[in-house]
Design a protein around this ligand. Structure first.
Ligand code: ZN
Ligand code: ZN
Length: 339
């Protein structure tokens, strides 16, 4: 029987261990992907550290997956063997429950799957996905370099397009890192006056090259004050993992401003006055469903949004994971299956 290779977490805390397994057969409504590349995301710590109590081991992490469909299970419609696809954090939805019918399939009442968390993900040469979780991938987008668009990309793209900001409005991207370097590109190309906010000036040149028209160095400036002086942010995309830094910038929201929280830190304390006096708000944003990924991929293709990556072979997944954790990668880490 043909075998697949995978990097597996066997117990809480890891490490990632190489395994050879039989190639699985897709069940009803599932398809099998021959994986070409998988991004290494900070949210993979959820799987490695068992941050959700329902996680069972052994588990293959990975939710920034690009590959080619190589088998279809019973009942799958709309996908062909040989087609390139992507799979993100979203693990699938039933399509008929109350949430699905109200366009909130990410919160499906029947299917509670997360790729690489509750089911095996893309740190492998092959994976099985529910067809409802799978995005069509554009032919002329690089499958390896674009893997991070399936999580970091769709998350920033989708959060930004739901802020209510319009062309010319001030949108601050807080943090120039794995999420932020994509967020700046999307914000600029979605037509916003894009301000990059970062601790230290070393990333200013890059941030401007990516499309930022303004740069705020929080070591030299109070970000809330600087944004207020610009007129107040219509939206802040909070990508950092430091809650105190998020608190410190919230005062820079302008009238009806929204802070979109997509970075995960500790509990967040905010001054209600900052919200009330401006009718401002704070909300989290779920990455996106398969259709959102398709929108992000197509937008990236048309508008030349690209992830900056460091590429590792699958077998070096542990090293790649540690590199991601170090925060030093420029900017995303990607596993390439045949490297
Ligand atoms: Zn992710
Ligand atoms: Zn549903």
């Amino acid at each position: 029987m043909a075998k697949m290779r995978a990097m597996v977490v066997r117990g809480r805390g890891g490490p990632l261990v190489a395994e050879e397994r039989d190639i699985p057969v897709p069940g009803p409504e599932e398809l099998r992907v021959r994986v070409e590349a998988c991004g290494v995301c900070h949210s993979d710590t959820v799987t490695v550290q068992q941050l959700f109590p329902f996680i069972q081991y052994p588990r293959i992490p990975g939710h920034e997956v690009v590959g080619v469909v190589d088998a279809l299970g019973a009942g799958v419609k709309g996908f062909k063997v040989g087609e390139r696809v992507g799979v993100g954090w979203f693990g699938g939805a039933c399509g008929y429950c109350g949430h699905c019918r109200r366009d909130a399939g990410f919160a499906c009442e029947n299917i509670h799957e997360v790729t690489g968390v509750s089911r095996d993900g893309g740190y492998a040469t092959h994976m099985i996905a529910l067809a409802s979780s799978v995005a069509h991938f554009p032919d002329d987008l690089d499958p390896i370099e674009s893997a991070p668009l399936l999580c970091a990309g769709v998350t920033t793209f989708n959060a930004l397009r739901h802020t209510g900001a319009g062309p010319g409005d001030i949108v601050a991207v807080h943090g120039v890192g794995g999420l932020g370097h994509l967020g700046i590109q999307y914000a600029a190309r979605q037509g916003f006056r894009t301000g990059a906010v970062n601790r230290g000036g070393d990333k200013e040149e890059l941030a401007r090259k990516l499309g930022a028209s303004d740069f705020i160095d929080t070591e030299k400036q109070d970000a809330a004050k600087a944004l207020t002086e610009m007129g107040g942010a219509r939206a802040i995309l909070a990508t950092v993992t430091n809650s105190e830094a998020m608190q410190a910038i919230a005062g820079g929201l302008g009238a009806n401003g929204i802070m979109m929280v997509i970075g995960v830190g500790g509990p967040l304390t905010l001054n209600p006055i900052d919200l009330i006096t401006k009718s401002a708000g704070i909300r989290g944003w779920y990455s996106g469903v398969a259709r959102d990924s398709e929108d992000a991929l197509q937008f990236s293709r048309r508008n030349k949004v690209a992830s900056m990556n460091e590429i590792y072979p699958l077998e070096k997944a542990q090293e790649a994971y540690e590199r991601m954790l170090s925060g030093k990668a420029r900017f995303r880490v990607v596993l390439k299956m045949d490297a």
